[in-house]
Design a protein around this ligand. Sequence first.
Ligand SMILES: Cc1ncc(COP(=O)(O)O)c(C=O)c1O
Length: 461
Amino acid sequence: MAKRIPTRLYLSEDEIPTTWYNLRADMKNKPDPILHPGTLQSASAADLEAVFCKEPVKQELDDTTRLIPIPEGLREFYRAYRPAPLIRAYFLEKALGTPAEIYYKHEGTNTSGSHKLNSAAAQAYYAKEEGLASLTTETGAGQWGSAMAMACAYYGLGLTVYMVKVSSEQKPYRKALIETYGAKLIPSPSNTTEAGRKILAKDPNTGGSLGCAISEAVETSIKTDKCRYVLGSVLNHVVLHQSIIGMEAKAALDKYGVKPDIVIGCAGGGSNLGGLIAPFMAEKIAGKSKARFIAVEPASCPSFTRGRYAYDFGDTAMTTPLLRMYTLGNGFIPSSNHAGGLRYHGMNPILSRLYKDGLLEARSAVQTDVFDAAVQFAKIEGILPAPESSHAIRVAIDEALECKRTGEKKTILFGLTGTGYFDMTAYQAYNNKTMTDYIPTDEDLARGFATIPDIPQNKMQ
Ligand SMILES: Cc1ncc(COP(=O)(O)O)c(C=O)c1O
């Protein structure tokens, strides 16, 4: 008789991966090079090191090394909260009456609350090794800011966090958590930077965006001695750090001979999705699997499903290097949405390339549908999910229901990126039925597209 798959597919501490997996090494079409915003030539390591830490820059530019060692000083920290559980959703399967097998990788078991800690710890570790004194960053939902605060406390580094204003108002306890770990939190846009003052002069009532907060954090890092900027998503080295999610999930599934047919993740800047799918996508690229991969984004910020594939800036002040990605334009300011971590105009270049090449699918979901799934999941599986993660839950449930309709027995794996304890304002709005759905009009999108830089590289598509 086949062995019953346990509810929790455990790995031991010794099975925490010793390397990250760099999917770019196996991609036939590589993501396009990052461009220097002044020269429009490929950015060099020296260009990027003006803003970012050295080792992550090396990783950012490395399209060829498949396996990159995770330093022992970082694995030591990982051992405090990894391996993250991989859970068979027996309760959900039963409640849905689906023949599908559903698994989720639960990244919300650490105190910061999400997968963001995987890259926060890596970036703080490298900053310390490099001899830096402090870091700056932005945060949308507050998950990345919390993760950075926790990582900087551990490695003994100062931290300034620019938090998107609407999120800081929706989540006062995120601010308290970040400050408890010793970081300085500034709602963005603020008067502390030129970029912030410019944005406020144009629109004093703006709720801010990740793009604005990035501009402020980059500016502050450049003006501060022994300080660099760290980003929690979008960039290739962040996806690399998050490959630990997919590697652990695959190692646990392999023990039971389970191969996912569908892998689903929410997509803000793409880091959890890129990390989760990496080793499974490698098999697809090698012709060893026919798995499907689905990115789920909010209908209010539809970078993949309605965006353009173009070189664009990562921030609103147009100061960062240019990335070729699916983008709504750096000037696109999404409507307030309770999934603050998915309110970003662009998408990671690796995922953008995979989407362009038809290897990755994308879907958008409105927030009331997402919260229907979140509450259903919380009641059935017992875990209160983050609004961002609930985008993946929505599509996992939809796919499982599709299996019920067709009678197909598919294996579904999704990323449960974080917990929703700090998102009770959102749950309250859902419960009170005051939650609204906003889908940008074509005119709204056109205003964002108009901010995509008019450079020769964007005319060659
Ligand atoms: C819980 C959670 N999931 C997902 C995301 C989206 O980020 P990414 O697309 O980089 O994984 C965020 C971003 O803040 C988040 O907080």
